[in-house]
Design a protein around this ligand. Sequence first.
Ligand code: ZN
Length: 494
Amino acid sequence: MSKYQENRLFIHNTLNRKKELFTPLTPPHVGIYVCGPTVYGDPHLGHARPAVTFDLLYRYLKHLGYKVRYVRNITDVGHLESDADEGEDKILKKARLEQLEPMEVVQHYSNRYHEAMAALNVLPPSIEPRASGHIIEQQVMAQQIIENGYAYESNGSVYFDVLKYNEQHRYGKLSGRVLEDMLSDARQLGRQDEKRNSVDFALWKRAEPSHIMRWASKWGEGFPGWHLECSAMSKKYLGEKFDIHGGGMDLLFPHHECEIAQSVAATGSDAARYWMHNNMVTINGQKMGKSLGNFITLEELFTGSHSLLEKSYSPMTIRFFMLQAHYGSTIDFSNEALGAAEKGLIRLMGALKALEKLEPEDTTGSFDVDAFERNGYKAMNDDLGSPVLIAHLFDAAKYINTTLSGNDMISAAQLEKLKSLFGVFIFDILGLQEFEDKDTADLTEKLVDLLLDIRLEVKKKKDFELSDRIRSELASFGIIVKDKKDGFEWELKK
Ligand code: ZN
């Protein structure tokens, strides 16, 4: 029996608003589509949360023995400043401001994104398609939707006819919104408006003369609407029906709602069977935003170079901090919370090292390793309960430390199983890595310098016995001291 048959994984399906047993269409194969970044700026906390969330899902499904095809796109065209098909294309705007070719902007920020994801130990997806590389597929899908009667051409643009669609299907089934409310909230259409109704959205937009990113189409030169790329690319790489579609909660409406409508209108299938959404990140209790001055990029976090940060936080601290919350809850970043996560991670990694030092005895210790294994998987099977898994790891860490200090014991069988489970849970599933504890490293450096300064004074007083003792004892910890004319140099030999 493979691991995925032993483990009944439940995930919260946004579509039905309840936890459902995950049953893939064609096991052992699983298809996942996750909306990736629009690459027009440095990656920030808002990028890290979905990436880490779906990395946890990807890792866990792979650990259970599924063969996962994980598609995460890059949006490089068509994402306008406003959700209402208005404003400038985000990438074009950046290109204009920086006087760059739009594809230079795309390449630059895609590279930055990949670097940050690698630092967070987020596995690369199986396929990473770009919207601009799938213009034909998007045109074909828009045409299909027109032919099926759910879209119309207007003045060189193509719009999705939401009212028409809602006669046979339900527009709002994912977000729980009701069309009548949306209509009464929406602004009145102006006379020149190309849309039949304010709730209609663009599948294809006519390009104004100044618009650089443009492609030929049967409707004239233009560019695809933002929502269409994900429907077209998920269909291309995962088929008309696939297992899981993920993304941030901010994409639920309109983006994901529109994706469902497009897929149903084009193929008759609503594409994904399970929809998963990670919750948002706040900073000191506030929504993150450039105008609020609390917009923190990942690089600023890794280097500590933002006025709101008291120090730098390693990528593993950020990852661990996110995993300590359930992906469905909001998380609030503050120096205190990050500091606490860092301490927790150091404790966990310390326990992992301590495991190597434990001497097994003939008697079994107080810790139930089998229950630890069961509970760890149980936590993950309950909608990826990483915070609960981490709590169990802390219990195990406590036992390891108690045993190391001689107040409990461990048998060889217990030790072997605990080592293997720590590896599985910490590295394979949570995706954590050994990390350099910078604060302790800084402190060590200061202490060695202090001790060697004292040794210089000892030498001046001709106490060579004490001076030599300091030198040889430091050498026993791997610290090699070289005396120089005007002082000393030292290095740590590993
Ligand atoms: Zn998308």
